[in-house]
Write a new protein. Structure first.
Length: 344
């Protein structure tokens, strides 16, 4: 089979395909979607959270989410794996345990061989197996551009539920994966990325956010979300706005992919970076063009942003170490001020 590069068939890549935050807000407001007064719906679309959560009684709840996008890598097997890790992450971000998934596949049958769609599904099955769940079915369409993702169902004890809007003043901020994926994948599309540099970005995208299941059981973890297409500042902005707080972060302590500065110097920034800043930059201070290129970089299958109650940082770091993570606090949540987020 002639080598086919999937990214050549799509106008966007990964979570960078997301509709800009400001546009999404406009869509949701204009659609006039009404949520019935159902007390069993613990988290709905009005919360701007990672997944919906539904109370099924006896202190337990079901988590439901879906996520799909166009190729961010050329290899079909890796595309299936990345899209699956990204979709399952929403359950982990709520502190839950995934139960099963169904696939969402769009494929340009007349442009790309069906065998490669099979490779995408193989990648999805591999990740589902790693997460301990079954890929139970799905739906496919003939589409102009390739896209893939999962609808995932999870479960959780309601007492362990984590949301992105429940942080408290004084919380310390941690991030479980380095950022910069959008920059590195853009460099790959331009043909300038070094193999060893792209491999670190790939491994980041292929790492399940399974630690969220552990963090969900920690009462001092007050809020949690995953960092994807809106970038670190976008998802942190949702956390501070939802919690009526502000954030102060130290740019030097934000985890970043190695050699990121070289690719920034080459102008390898995705278009989503600019769209992100234009959507939510108001009220964010201390951000120059360089910092913006990193902090607004759209992440695909990014890490967990965790808010830890003040005084519990050392215990949290120890728990993270016990499951293989080396974490450092990069910021604090403070009383709501003029600046939503201050970058030092």
């Amino acid at each position: 089979m002639t080598e086919i590069k999937l990214t050549q068939f799509s106008h966007g890549a990964g979570c960078g395909c997301k509709i800009a935050p400001a546009v999404l807000d406009s869509i949701l407001q204009s659609s006039k979607i009404n949520i019935e007064n159902d007390p069993r719906l613990l988290v709905g679309h009005d919360k701007k959270d990672d997944a919906a959560v539904f109370d099924i009684g006896n202190g337990r709840a079901i988590i439901s989410t879906t996520d799909f996008f166009m190729p961010i890598v050329d290899d079909a097997f890796d595309f299936g794996r990345i899209a699956s890790v990204n979709a399952i992450s929403d359950v982990y971000a709520m502190g839950g345990t995934p139960m099963m998934a169904v696939a969402i596949l769009g494929w340009p049958i007349n442009k790309i061989p069906a065998e490669l769609a099979g490779k995408v599904l193989e990648g999805a099955r591999r990740i589902c197996a790693d997460a301990g769940i079954t890929l139970a079915g799905g739906h496919s369409i003939d589409n102009e551009e390739p896209l893939f993702g999962l609808a995932v169902t999870g479960e959780i004890l309601i007492s362990n539920l984590k949301q992105n809007s429940t942080a408290t003043e004084g919380c310390s901020l941690f991030l479980t994966k380095p950022i910069g994926v959008g920059i590195f994948t853009t460099a790959q599309k331009r043909g300038i990325v070094k193999p060893e540099d792209f491999d670190q970005a790939l491994q980041t995208m292929l790492t399940l956010n399974k630690p969220g299941e552990t963090f969900g059981k920690l009462s001092y973890v007050k809020a949690m979300t995953d960092v994807t297409g809106f970038g670190l500042l976008g998802h942190l902005g949702e956390m501070v706005d939802g919690s009526n707080l502000s954030a102060e972060i130290e740019f030097s302590k934000v985890p970043k992919l190695t050699n990121i500065d070289f690719y920034i110097s080459q102008g390898s920034m995705p278009g989503g970076t600019k769209r992100n800043w234009e959507s939510y930059g108001n009220g964010i201070e201390g951000v120059d063009e360089y910092k913006r290129s990193i902090l607004c970089d759209p992440q695909t299958s990014g890490g967990l942003l965790v808010a830890v109650e003040q005084g519990n940082e050392n215990e949290f770091i120890s728990v993270a170490e016990s499951i293989g993570l080396q974490l450092e606090c990069f910021g604090k949540l403070v009383k709501r001020g003029e600046a939503r987020i201050l970058v030092r």
